[in-house]
Design a protein around this ligand. Sequence first.
Ligand code: F6P
Length: 326
Amino acid sequence: MSQITRIGVMTSGGDSPGMNAAIRAVVRTSIFCGLDVFGIYRGYEGLIDDQIEQLSSSSVSNIIQRGGTILKTARSKRFMEYTGRLQAYNNLKAHNIDAMVVIGGNGTFTGASLFDMEFDFPIIGLPGTIDNDLYGTDATIGYDTAINTVVEAADKIRDTASSHDRLFFIEVMGRDAGFIALRSGIACGAEFILVPETTTYIDNLARLLKHDWRRSKTSGIVIVAEGDESGGAYEVAAKVKEKVPELDTRVTILGHIQRGGSPSAFDRVLASTLGFISVRGLIQGQRGVMAGIVNKEIVYTPFDNAIKHHKDINKEMLEMSRILAL
Ligand code: F6P
């Protein structure tokens, strides 16, 4: 058994629906295990600024259904500097906190990994990002809710697209990964899905759209991941319009609406499970790892693998989406 008696918990990076459910699970599991638990506000920023306070079971009442994060979040430039990390370490020591659960994505785990190496400090990460771009978990906390948000919006856009015989380009989040685009695109029956993982040939896209319209279509949806190398939705729409001027095109950028809202049941269960096992993992001596679920099994993946090991999208599903939209 480890000597851990006081745990800190924080959310960091872009928020995602389900972070609150994860915080609740960490807090209540810690208290059940006889540990004191401390909320660190605004991620690494708050750690550097000593925005740390003890949490009780009632601090996390009535939050499982709420989007966002009660601990707030930030992207910290100061934590990238050694002086920032040293200040953070001194604050943790002043509170006698001896382990942390950090909930976030790539940037959060990069910082955590460095911090553990420099200060020998036990940390477990939970995958909290809508992007689903972490290796070592089938789904990240917030991904499912974000997809449902996109699908709800795309269904509404489909109504107006078909009323007006228009082609809509809908931009979804995903700087480096097309997971949101692929899954939401399949779910809303998108005619095309453009993702950063595959090359988009505008000539080909224009030709296929022209063909679809000649054959039978009068309206449609193209989902564009924001990180697609051919540009965002505005750029792609303009290039297509140039080649097929007869199309009546419109663009919708869904933006941060995808990060908010009440988490889906799937995200609440995932976040609760991961929050629970992260505390148990720390007590059992796990550290420097992200907790995830792969094929229904709990898996601990070293931070470096979770960040750098590339989780690829399923290209067959991309092909399938095209066939189903013909
Ligand atoms: O990492 C999550 C994410 O939502 C990305 O998909 C998106 O590109 C980015 O955050 C936006 O970040 P910000 O809220 O800082 O603009």
